[in-house]
Structure formats: structure tokens, C-alpha cells
Design a protein around this ligand. Structure first.
Ligand code: NAD
Length: 214
């Protein structure tokens, strides 16, 4: 197995779930090896990048043979902690929040939304099997449910106040869908998903780099 102390670059780490999902499907279909060209075609990452990524975890494909699917799967499962479920709370059960609750994250993933919070008449209901609680119980339920990650789908105006409340618990990561830029202590990592920015960026690339091969 690869040397676990090796630090994988962030760009590589971000592609791991993509590789993992594809390899799991390959494995399920009984395939034992895969070439970087096949992988490249399936996950839409160029094969030189795939070879470099895989070299970080000691998977050196052989010419004419490719990579051993079992070996790679074992590595990904370990690296992505697939055996351990990370418990997630969602705050803000509006348009976006409701859609996320109805989506079964566990299907392809190692995360589970355990609890949701709001201040509206959604409180006391269940959406996608997830109970919706009032914000008054936020700190207590985050603690009791061992929540490590929070998805924020509230109006931007309340995002920072809520973040300040989360900061005191065991939460390590926030997935922020609001346009607000959040201040957090150093033990918390924030990933900001701004759909407007992503869309603008896509349009920019389409204009300036019309084909991905150029
Ligand atoms: N809907 C989209 O397509 C979309 C896309 C990108 C980003 N966003 C952003 O995501 C966030 C949510 O968007 P939306 O369309 O779902 O909004 P929404 O108004 O439908 O939902 C917001 C939810 O937050 C709840 N809420 C309000 N104050 C709260 C508080 N103090 N504590 C807990 N819950 C509270 C509301 O009751 C409501 O259920 C916004 O910041 C929005 O800018 C939305």
C-alpha cells in the first residue's frame, strides 16, 4: 500500500471522489484493470493529469496493462474514509435546502444529513426522512448528533451570526451556499459554492477557450 504520510496536492484530492465513483462502477461490472485513457474518457480529466495524480499514491500503471482496479479502490476507500460516515447538518430549509434534503447523499457518498434547522413552519416536519428542528436547539443537537459538517442554505443576512454559533461546537467544515463571505476560526474550513460565479466562469471559458482540447 502507498505511503500514507505522503501529502496529496489539493487539486488531486478534489478529483479523488470522481475517480472513486467511476472505479466502483468498473469493479461492480467485474473489470480488473483500467488504462489512463479509459479513465480519462470517463471522468473527463486528461490522462497526463490522471497519471500524475495516481503517482502520488504509488499506483504506477504499466504500459499496455493499465491500473489494477482493486488496488486503486482499496486506496480510495481508505483515503476518502468511505467506511466512516460523516454526519452533516443542514441549516435553512428553503428552496435549496429542501432539494438537498430530498437528495440521498449516501447513495454515492460517505456523508449523511442527520438533522436540519429552520425558523419557519418547516420546523417539526421531516423532509427526505430528515427531521427539521428549530434554531433554538442548534448547539445542543449539533453536539448530541456528533455533527462535523454544516451545509448553510439560509439568507446571506443571517449566515455570519449562525456561523458564530456553530464555531463553538465540534464542527470542522462548512459548505456555504450563501453569497456571504464567512469569517471562521482556523479550525474550521469553509467551502464556498457560488452558483452565479461558477456560471460566469463557465461562460468565460466557453468564450475564450471554445474547445477543451485547445
Ligand atoms: N435557490 C437557488 O437557486 C440559490 C442558488 C444559489 C445560491 N442560493 C443561496 O442559498 C441561500 C438559500 O436560498 P433559497 O433560495 O433556498 O432561499 P429560501 O428563502 O427559499 O430559504 C431560506 C431558508 O432559510 C430559513 N431561515 C431564515 N432565517 C433563518 C435563520 N436565522 N436560521 C435558520 N433558518 C433561517 C428560511 O425560513 C428559509 O426556509 C441564499 O443565501 C441564496 O442566496 C440560492
Amino acid at each position: 500500500m502507498p505511503n500514507e504520510s505522503v501529502k496529496i496536492p489539493q487539486a488531486t484530492a478534489k478529483r479523488l471522489p470522481l475517480y472513486y465513483r467511476f472505479l466502483k462502477n468498473l469493479h461492480a461490472s467485474g473489470k480488473q484493470r483500467v488504462s489512463s485513457a479509459e479513465l480519462s474518457e470517463a471522468v473527463k480529466v486528461d490522462s497526463a493529469t490522471i497519471r500524475r495524480d495516481f503517482s502520488y499514491f504509488g499506483a504506477l500503471g504499466k504500459k499496455g496493462y493499465g491500473y489494477n482496479v482493486n488496488y486503486l479502490l482499496g486506496f480510495f476507500r481508505k483515503t476518502l474514509d468511505q467506511d466512516e460516515v460523516t454526519k452533516v447538518a443542514l441549516i435553512g430549509v428553503g428552496n435549496l435546502g429542501t432539494a438537498f434534503l430530498n437528495y440521498n447523499f449516501l447513495k454515492n457518498n460517505n456523508t449523511k444529513i442527520e438533522v436540519a434547522f429552520d425558523v419557519s413552519d418547516k420546523v417539526g416536519t421531516k423532509i427526505g426522512k430528515v427531521p427539521v428542528y428549530h434554531m433554538d436547539d442548534l448547539e445542543q443537537l449539533i453536539e448530541e448528533n456528533d455533527i462535523q459538517v454544516v451545509i448553510l442554505t439560509v439568507p446571506a443576512s443571517v449566515a455570519q451570526t449562525i456561523t458564530d454559533r456553530i464555531n463553538k461546537g465540534k464542527v470542522k467544515g462548512i459548505l456555504n451556499f450563501t453569497p456571504a463571505r464567512l469569517s471562521v476560526p482556523s479550525h474550521i474550513r469553509v467551502h464556498h459554492i457560488d452558483l452565479a460565479v461558477e456560471l460566469q466562469s463557465l461562460v468565460y471559458f466557453l468564450k475564450h477557450y471554445p474547445s477543451k482540447d485547445q
